[in-house]
Design a protein around this ligand. Structure first.
Ligand code: AMP
Ligand code: GLY
Length: 424
């Protein structure tokens, strides 16, 4: 099987690492990849949103399976684009189509979808510039904190949670009237703040059957004790102790199954991952957001816990017989700690030399923002390297990660030492 994987972060390195262990793999390409994927696959310099070039590459290299890591090509309709080519009918795509990707690409669509399908989520209302005054009134009569969400993709920056009315109104004005997030904030979802612990739940579906993958918890804030600015994710753990059978049963019955049924009702033929961003409110799961891809850094702990051949699982998606595969999950715990460049998520340097690789042991080093130049590995992004480990329990896995995180050196290195703190 010749496979093309799109993306260039830690998520894609973890996927490439797992795919490269498959007996069924004959060749793996990653576009655009990073210094880590270059060690196990062939990096290809094509942007994941350059559909024309991807199409030509697939034809020229007889690619049989396409796996899409990030959301942008999905929301822009990569599946629909490639499906127009009759010569690509046999291409297996781990990628929902444009309509399915609206679950992530439009918060307003996702909220309406949840309401229609009685899926538990925060109460909300959507506004545009045309009913701006009504939105201001809505905020004034709402409890605090209040959640403002840009409708479209905003590179993870589109959610604002003001704790006073003046800030809320200022943010609303910037979003709706001053185009703070461009096209993405032409609509704004205003919703109720939910208090609880967050959890990421992942499902792979072939459009008919679904497979529940290991759950994970992500640490989004830059600072220890969950303080400071939001990031793409500073670390993750799996399993998550409160996600026991009782809780996961509620997730399946109240959230996953109604979501899949809802997609069918809308005639959306969904083949790919669904990432349920959940919050546990007093033992009951609510949906904070849908994503139409795997999470990063969650993938770096979810994938290492899977024992199956990943290519076999993806083939079953293509054949719509995912029900014939029994998912084997390791009983071990997995954790990851993200090494980032100092200053991230604001201004940071790139191009710092990374050393200490020979001192790593008992960990997987999934590259996120790295590049190889003249035989050296240099930093090339805010999130640089995800050190991941399996262990007998979270503590054991975390100890391995912290040891590894210490060994890798680059000038501005920073990482959180308290990942998983609430479970220890
Ligand atoms: P997102 O950028 O969509 O991942 O959202 C960022 C973060 O905002 C989420 O991970 C939550 O921590 C928080 N958030 C979003 N919606 C709510 C809500 N209704 N109640 C509480 N927190 C929320
Ligand atoms: N770690 C959260 C995300 O991938 O969106």
């Amino acid at each position: 099987m010749k496979i093309l994987l799109l993306g260039s972060g830690g998520r894609e390195h973890a996927l490439a690492w797992k795919l490269s262990q498959s007996k069924k793999l004959s060749k793996l390409y990653v576009a655009q990849g990073n210094a880590g994927t270059a060690q196990i696959a062939e990096n290809v310099d094509i942007s994941p949103t350059d559909f024309q070039k991807i199409e030509s590459f697939i034809i020229k290299n007889q690619i049989e399976m396409l796996i899409v890591g990030p959301e942008e090509p999905l929301v822009k309709g990569i599946r629909n684009y490639l499906q127009k080519n009759k010569n690509l009918e046999h291409l297996i795509m781990i990628a929902p189509d444009e309509n399915g990707a609206k679950l992530e690409g439009s918060k307003d669509f996702a909220k309406e979808f949840m309401q229609k399908n009685s899926i538990p989520t925060a109460k909300y209302k959507t506004f545009t510039a045309d009913n701006y005054q009504e939105a201001v009134e809505y905020i004034k009569n709402h409890s605090l904190p209040i959640v403002l969400k840009a409708d479209g993709l905003a590179a993870g920056k589109g959610v604002i949670i003001p704790t006073d009315y003046i800030t809320a109104e200022n943010n609303l004005r910037m979003m709706l009237l001053e185009n703070q997030f461009g096209e993405a904030s032409k609509k704004v979802v205003i919703e109720e703040f939910l208090e609880g612990i967050e959890l990421s739940v992942f499902v792979l579906t072939d459009g008919k059957n679904y497979m529940l993958l290991p759950e994970a918890k992500d640490y989004k804030r830059i600072g220890e004790g969950d303080t400071g600015l939001n990031t793409g994710g500073m670390g993750a753990v799996s399993p998550v102790s409160f996600a026991n059978n009782i809780f996961l049963d509620k997730v399946k019955k109240q959230i996953i199954e109604p979501t899949l049924q809802g997609l069918k009702n809308e005639n959306i033929d969904y083949q790919g991952f669904i990432f349920f961003g959940l919050i546990n409110v007093k033992g009951n799961p609510y949906v904070i957001e849908y994503n139409v891809r795997l999470g990063d850094p969650e993938t770096e702990v979810v994938i290492p816990r899977i024992d199956n051949d990943l290519v076999e699982i993806f083939e079953a998606v293509g054949k719509r017989n995912l029900d014939t595969i029994k998912l084997k999950i390791k009983s071990q715990s997995a954790t990851t700690i993200m090494l980032v460049a100092g200053g991230y998520p604001e201004q940071y340097e790139k191009g710092e030399e990374m050393t200490g690789w020979e001192n790593l042991k008992n960990v997987m080093a999934f590259h996120a923002g790295t590049i190889e130049k003249d035989g050296k590995i240099l930093t090339n992004g805010g999130r640089v390297l995800a050190i991941a480990a399996l262990g007998n329990d979270l503590e054991d896995a975390l100890e391995k990660c912290r040891y590894g995180a210490d060994k890798i050196k680059f000038d501005s290195k920073y990482f959180r030492k308290d990942i998983g703190y609430e479970f220890l």
